[in-house]
Design a protein. Structure first.
Ligand code: NDP
Length: 332
């Protein structure tokens, strides 16, 4: 069983050398009698900003396999609800085969006719994140002004498209002109800007939103959040989904414009998608018809082979990924 392990704790931005690919001699494709676990063959793994452990007290280091969401095929089952050949989505590992001791956490794949890789993105955890964060946390209304940061990524590209489906005006930010083009041409954002080229983020937001922002889908934090707070409209909502610009900092940046939360009567709410997976089938029912009709599209950045996972992960923090970053381990 080949696997990727985390060799050391994160200090500063993650580097490829923090990971190691380890090959163990044999794979045990059998379960003890009476076990209710399943063994899966991993097909696709989702590369997400949270995969790496920053915890200094993680005693499982240095040889713990990295865990994360993935798409897999059941190869041995001791569980009544799963049989050999079932395709599933759930928390697996950066390895060829994983033992899932609690299969109740797995979700069976209902639409194998759609690209299986979609279950790491649009039909997986990032899709659920966009759905819960936008529809439940932001409570959007037709005609509202929506801003999305890290807008071309796994979550952001869907938030923008959900906003368009709702009849909102939506603007996204990203770190390259290529991504800005994709936002406008492929995902239908009304406008987009390359934040790396802007001298003044407040001015960029004022240019894009002369009337202000009703909804901010927060993926990056730091200076962007500060600038957004200056541009929120009365009773605006901020879904605090993530703050990737802060994850690798020893000391988080200060945000200066928090008083606007009071004076503009804003609501800022954080959430964990993992608390909402009971709504997965409802989400799937909503999004699958839009995928099938072509109304919603999805861009993926696919790397080949387990060995490419560390580079793919490190790339997330440099904005190298164009769309959802994932790794193919096996196609069947
Ligand atoms: P993405 O696919 O968007 O990849 C990360 C992107 O973040 C990069 O491509 C880059 O895009 C941007 N980025 C990286 N470093 C910085 C930086 N220093 N400053 C500004 N932007 C940066 O990732 P996801 O869509 O998977 O995740 C988006 C956010 O959602 C993350 O913050 C993540 O942690 C969070 N998240 C939260 C969940 C929850 O349950 N609350 C669940 C899943 C994700 P760019 O070109 O725009 O710079």
């Amino acid at each position: 069983n080949k696997k990727v392990v985390q060799k050391c704790y994160l200090s500063g931005p993650a580097k490829e050398s923090d990971f190691e690919v380890v090959v163990s001699d044999t794979v045990q494709l059998a379960l003890p009698t009476g076990s209710t676990a399943v063994i899966v063959k991993n097909l696709y793994i989702s590369i997400d900003p949270w995969n790496f452990s920053m915890k200094k007290d993680d005693s499982t280091l240095p040889l713990s396999v990295i865990t994360g969401y993935g798409v897999a095929k059941v190869v041995v089952s001791g569980h009544k609800d799963f049989e050999e050949g079932d395709l599933v989505l759930g928390i697996t590992g950066w390895e060829e085969y994983s033992l899932i001791s609690d299969p109740n956490s797995l979700i069976k794949i209902n639409y194998p006719d759609l690209p299986l890789s979609y279950y790491t993105g649009i039909l997986g955890m990032p899709g659920m994140t966009a759905y819960i964060g936008f529809y439940e946390i932001c409570a959007p209304k037709k005609g509202e002004f929506v801003f999305v940061s890290a807008a071309s990524g796994a979550v952001g590209q869907l938030v923008g498209q959900f906003a368009k489906l709702t009849g909102c005006y939506v603007v996204g930010s990203a770190s390259s002109d290529e991504k800005v083009n994709i936002l406008k041409e492929k995902f239908g954002f009304d406008d987009a800007f390359n934040y790396k080229k802007e001298q003044d983020l407040n001015a960029a937001l004022k240019r894009c939103f002369p009337e202000g922002i009703d909804i901010y889908f927060e993926n990056v934090g730091g200076a962007m959040l500060d600038a957004v707070l200056l541009n929120m409209r009365l009773s605006g909502r901020i879904a605090a989904c993530g703050m990737i610009s802060q994850y690798n900092l020893e000391k988080h940046e200060g945000v200066h414009n928090l008083l606007n939360i009071v004076t503009r009567k804003l609501r800022m709410e954080g959430f964990f998608v993992s608390d909402h997976f009971s709504k997965y089938r409802k989400f799937e029912e909503m999004v699958v018809p839009h995928i099938k009709s072509g109304e919603i599209t999805y861009v993926e950045d696919i790397a080949e082979g387990l060995e490419s996972a560390p580079t793919a992960f490190v790339g997330l923090f440099k904005g190298k990924n164009v769309g959802k970053q994932l790794v193919v381990i096996a196609r069947e």
